[in-house]
Write a protein that binds this ligand. Structure first.
Ligand code: NAI
Length: 470
């Protein structure tokens, strides 16, 4: 042993304190497992809390407020144009993050989970080297890798670093640019694009594929796209980025679309073209653990890697890279470690894009069914006939239920509309419980509420939604 080295032992070492890692650690501790978390940030909560889901939702809430105030003139209520104090807005967003990160830290302390701030690298299947902490090595019986993912970058030749910001930079909210180009029309690009548009930026999106939000059914994205077209300066789909150059006037961006060359100058460029799993520099090469061609760690249903005592959860363990999927996997891994008979066996993981309107879906999508040649029945209900949506002045939206044509079992649900992200939970439960479309149709939903659209879409599966045109 090198003089001055401090080795500690624990039953369970969790590498990474995000919504996968901390949930796994807390559940393991609750089940009586001696647990330690190592995270390179002193703030527990991971990217989700510090620079992802939570700060973006805080800013989206503000964007929504600005938009709603602007639209209140339809109801005969007039407000002056908003005065935006960026410093105050930034501190408010930070206070939300700090409160939640502080809460996670307190929860760790109350459970007796030891938290070490440093970087862990596996030395073998029994110990990890810790860098930048007072503890230099941790010996463990079991380990959970929950190291998350990092922002994907475009090649330096295409987008030099000094030319662009990423989602972390955009959430820092240094200032509000007059013009913003968003490269990538996915979750992050559209959410942050809407934030900046509400704060006053002229936002343009370029997307390589032939539509934005390609992961969800086209009809679900339509109400959102119609709104974005009014809020954004332009949305270029099927566009190929040719290069960016920093000039004295801003960032000059060249792209082509349908064989036509475009050149435009933007004050800022946000690159949001996906995320990659963090499997490098964590010492996997010192173990039997393998990654697949997409960089994900191969795991079994219990989230065990090729090393029987090492588990992997969250963004490093496969798609979808979503916080709630990571948390569920964390619960499973913790239970297996505590000797319980547990497995990750889910039928539906909800996906939510927190734009306005929100888009949420779970289970099978119509496009997936089509691709797989699977027969389905689909019931749709447009929000234009929802009393609640009309009363809120937000009748744009669609709810659809996808069912098995033989058994009527609910296979998937998609919702676009205000608070779709909250409504989708009912659909996830229905799919998990093996409910049929009749079950959804026969369940009394509160009136007036947008949740009624789920009931009516389920009725539509049988062709008799009360408030739909025959
Ligand atoms: P994304 O995968 O959702 O979207 C990236 C988009 O960029 C795709 O449409 C892709 O076709 C496009 N693209 C790729 N290269 C391009 C290029 N050179 N030029 C133009 N377009 C290009 O990725 P995003 O938005 O960065 O989000 C990353 C992940 O983070 C998501 O997949 C999601 O798992 C997670 N996330 C989840 C959120 C939520 O739950 N609400 C919010 C934000 C992120």
């Amino acid at each position: 042993m090198v003089v001055g080295e401090l080795t500690e032992e624990t039953q369970l070492l969790v590498i990474g304190g995000g919504p996968g890692g901390y949930v796994a650690a807390f559940h393991a501790a609750d089940l009586g497992v001696q647990t330690m978390i190592v995270d390179d940030s002193p703030l527990l909560g991971g990217v989700c809390l510090r620079e992802g889901c939570i700060p973006s939702k805080a800013l989206l809430h503000v964007a929504h407020l600005i938009e709603s105030a602007g639209e209140a003139s339809h109801f005969g209520i007039g407000f002056n144009a908003p005065k935006i104090d960026v410093d105050k807005l930034r501190s408010w967003k930070q206070s939300v993050v700090d409160k939640l990160c502080g809460g996670v830290k307190t929860l760790a302390g109350k459970r007796g989970v030891r938290v070490i701030t440093g970087r862990a690298t596996l030395e073998n299947n029994k110990s990890a080297r810790i860098h930048g902490a007072e503890v230099s090595r941790v010996k463990f019986k079991q380990c959970i890798i929950a190291t998350g993912s990092s922002i994907k970058r475009l090649p330096e030749s295409l987008v030099p670093k000094d030319c662009c910001i990423d989602s972390t930079g955009a959430l820092e909210l240094k200032d509000i640019p007059k013009s913003l180009l968003v490269i990538g029309g996915g979750y992050i690009g559209l959410e942050l694009g809407q934030v900046y548009a509400a704060l006053g930026s002229k936002v343009t999106v370029i997307e390589a594929l032939d539509r934005i939000l390609a992961g969800c059914d086209e009809d679900l994205a339509r109400p959102l796209i119609a709104r974005l077209k009014k809020q954004f300066a332009a949305i270029h789909t099927g566009a190929k980025l040719e290069g960016c150059t920093q000039t004295s006037r801003g960032v000059e961006v060249k792209f082509s679309k349908g064989g036509e060359a475009h050149k435009e100058v933007f004050e800022k460029v946000l690159v949001s073209v996906g995320r990659s799993p963090n499997t490098r520099d964590i010492g996997l090469e010192n173990t039997q653990i393998k990654v697949n061609d997409r960089g994900f760690i191969a795991v079994d249903a219990q989230r065990r890697t090729a090393e029987k005592n090492i588990f992997a959860i969250g963004d490093v363990a496969g798609d979808p890279m979503l916080a709630h999927k990571a948390s569920r996997e964390g619960i499973v891994a913790a239970e297996v470690i505590a000797g319980k008979n547990s497995a990750y066996d889910v039928r539906a993981v909800p996906a939510v894009v927190y734009t306005s309107p929100e888009v949420a879906w779970c289970g099978l999508t119509e496009s997936e069914a089509k691709q797989a040649g699977k027969e389905i029945k689909v019931g749709k209900f447009g929000w234009g006939a929802s009393g609640r949506a009309i009363a809120m002045g937000r009748p744009e939206g669609l709810t659809k239920v996808i069912a098995d044509p033989k058994t009527n079992r609910v296979l998937g649900v998609g919702i676009c509309g205000e608070h779709a992200g909250d409504l989708i939970a009912e659909a996830v439960l229905a799919i998990e419980m093996g409910a049929t479309a009749e079950d959804l149709a026969m369940t009394i939903h509160p009136h007036p509420a947008t949740s009624e659209t789920i009931m009516e879409a389920a009725e539509s599966v049988f062709g008799h939604a009360i408030h739909a045109m025959k």
